[in-house]
Design a protein around this ligand. Sequence first.
Ligand code: SAH
Length: 218
Amino acid sequence: MRQTEDTYRHKGLRKKLVDLVRSKGITDEKVLEAIATIPRHYFLDSAFDEVAYEDKAFPIAASQTISQPYTVAYQSQLLEIKPFIKVLEIGTGSAYQASVLAEMGAQVFTIERQKALFENNKQFDFIKKYRNIKFFYGDGYEGLPTYAPFDRILITAAAPDIPPRLITQLKTGGMMVIPVGSGEVQVMKRLIRQPDGSMKEEVYDKFSFVPMLQGKKE
Ligand code: SAH
């Protein structure tokens, strides 16, 4: 069961979470505002109500996770989101990250390979307010050629390598933020597509994501 009520207690906890994320080094005020606005407890089962505003990842359906708020903020900050830019997200999961991007004004296209999670989000009333999110059931390795090119591509699962098809769906000057690595720990990278088609690579901190897997799952 989902929670649908946003109490003063929730709002207070959310404010503390924003302070914590800020103290860990997030400076993009638009990112912090989005976290302050979105009721994260709506994205979790009511069993997690007490802990929804701790800076931790939690289990959702299909053995997947909702990312840690700091991680969501970190990736969102690296993406340098501006209103109306087109963002492709791989790994919808709970749709919390997609909501943060939508709250910041991006046009979000998000893909999930787990059918159960994709279906769950269809019945998620709160998310319907974000008319700027489009949900897709599919394999993120393929991207969305029909809607390409994108200004930004965000991968929210651990990728063993940079998926080549996604690179081709990025605009010149566009950025991809991706945790790369096949072990327990991955390194966050930001790739910026150059006019000659090559990618400038920047390396950031270490994180731990669930794996990006091939193909769709029924
Ligand atoms: N962004 C999510 C966190 C997702 S966890 C949130 O805010 O809650 C990573 C998600 O990526 C999982 O739901 C997993 O099923 C999905 N995933 C893994 N490989 C994928 C692929 N190839 N295509 C699309 N989704 C994928």
